[in-house]
Design a binder for this molecule. Structure first.
Ligand SMILES: CC(C)(COP(=O)(O)OP(=O)(O)OC[C@H]1O[C@@H](n2cnc3c(N)ncnc32)[C@H](O)[C@@H]1OP(=O)(O)O)[C@@H](O)C(=O)NCCC(=O)NCCS
Length: 168
């Protein structure tokens, strides 16, 4: 059975495995391959510290007790942008892809955003082997491409595609 919940520091080991495997599989989620356990741990510890301060929400989807997907809702914006949120670190374990899990998590993140009065969502995804098709299916509007924005996990530059969605 698939369940969704907000993640905490107790979930760091599972988050590290998911992130390391996603990067090894070529997923563009800010890191280069090979991603060390220490760097992954440091990233998630900081992220969950920010979550504890209310600056973001880290969500996870579980198959029974196994973490199979995660997404982060970023909420830390300047005083003149109280309506905004951003989506980041969306990834599903390779063996669970194509089953609607990321879609479920993204909808839950949008619900949390709406409940917090955040109706303006921005995100970006790699132009090469990224998730543009997924975000289009989820109702995000493509704004444009910034060329040569980041390195792919195994090297070589890729552009990033910017997306926006206004929650109703
Ligand atoms: C992108 C990702 C999170 C999607 O996870 P998932 O759990 O397989 O997604 P879902 O099954 O919920 O997909 C929902 C829909 O989007 C489609 N979709 C998923 N990934 C897609 C992609 N990369 N390109 C095009 N369409 C995609 C699915 O086919 C599905 O369509 P359907 O409803 O018509 O069947 C996953 O492929 C992943 O972890 N990729 C590597 C990391 C990454 O690139 N993350 C995005 C960083 S911005």
């Amino acid at each position: 059975m698939i369940t969704l919940r907000i993640l905490t520091h107790q979930d760091v080991p599972a988050l590290c495995s998911l992130l390391i495997n996603t990067v090894a599989d070529g997923g563009s989620v800010s890191f280069m391959h090979p991603l060390s356990e220490n760097d992954a741990k440091s990233f998630w510890e900081k992220s969950l510290d920010l979550s504890a301060q209310g600056k973001r929400v880290v969500l996870g989807a579980f198959n029974d007790n196994t973490l199979i997907s995660t997404v982060t809702l970023l909420l830390d914006f300047p005083p003149n942008q109280p309506h905004r949120a951003e989506i980041g670190k969306m990834m599903t374990a390779t063996s669970f892809r194509g089953k609607g899990i990321a879609g479920m998590l993204l909808k839950e993140a949008e619900k949390i955003a709406r409940d917090k009065g955040r109706w303006h969502i921005v995100l970006d995804t790699a132009e090469d082997e990224g998730a543009a098709g997924f975000y289009e299916k989820m109702g995000y509007q493509r704004i444009g491409v910034i060329p040569e924005f980041a390195l792919k996990p195994y090297g070589g530059l890729t552009g990033t595609i910017l997306f926006y969605k206004k929650l109703t």
